[in-house]
Design a protein around this ligand. Sequence first.
Ligand SMILES: N[C@@H](CCC(=O)N[C@@H](CS)C(=O)NCC(=O)O)C(=O)O
Length: 166
Amino acid sequence: MRGAASIFAITSASPVQWPECLHKQAITRPNESFMKIVIRYFFRTLRMILTPFMLIAEAITTPKAITRTAAEQAILNRASEKLALYQFKACPFCIKVRKQMARLGLTIETRDAQHNLQHRAALEAGGGKVKVPCLLIQHDDGREEWLYESDVINEWLRERFEVVDG
Ligand SMILES: N[C@@H](CCC(=O)N[C@@H](CS)C(=O)NCC(=O)O)C(=O)O
């Protein structure tokens, strides 16, 4: 009951009496309800706890790259320069794409759309939504393509790079 009472006290308090972190939230997002803020902090904490485990699992389960000749690898490196992966570090769908990149021996630049506000804005402006993973493809004719969905991205990478031509 004391817990419930203190939550009630916080919800009914004016923002100035909230704990420092919640007070900051109330100022930056004034219309957000207290419960929404609590839920966001819950998931943020959960993510902080899970992230190291996910990254360790990724490191352990990332496949070895397909063996390539030096000439093939040079082609892949050049092709990778035309690509960029917008991602969150601890997103399972992004991890799936990063594993595919590793398997195919691709050196695609990854861009953090979670913490880097410039990358986040570029993703929203170019692709239309902040959803990851998203692969930015610079086509030879100058066209930009923003490819969403991990399965679609992985299939596109597989079709394009499983066998290296040239
Ligand atoms: N079906 C999608 C799911 C991607 C997804 O849910 N990504 C989450 C991060 S793990 C995301 O971008 N969330 C932000 C949002 O949906 O606004 C895929 O396979 O790529």
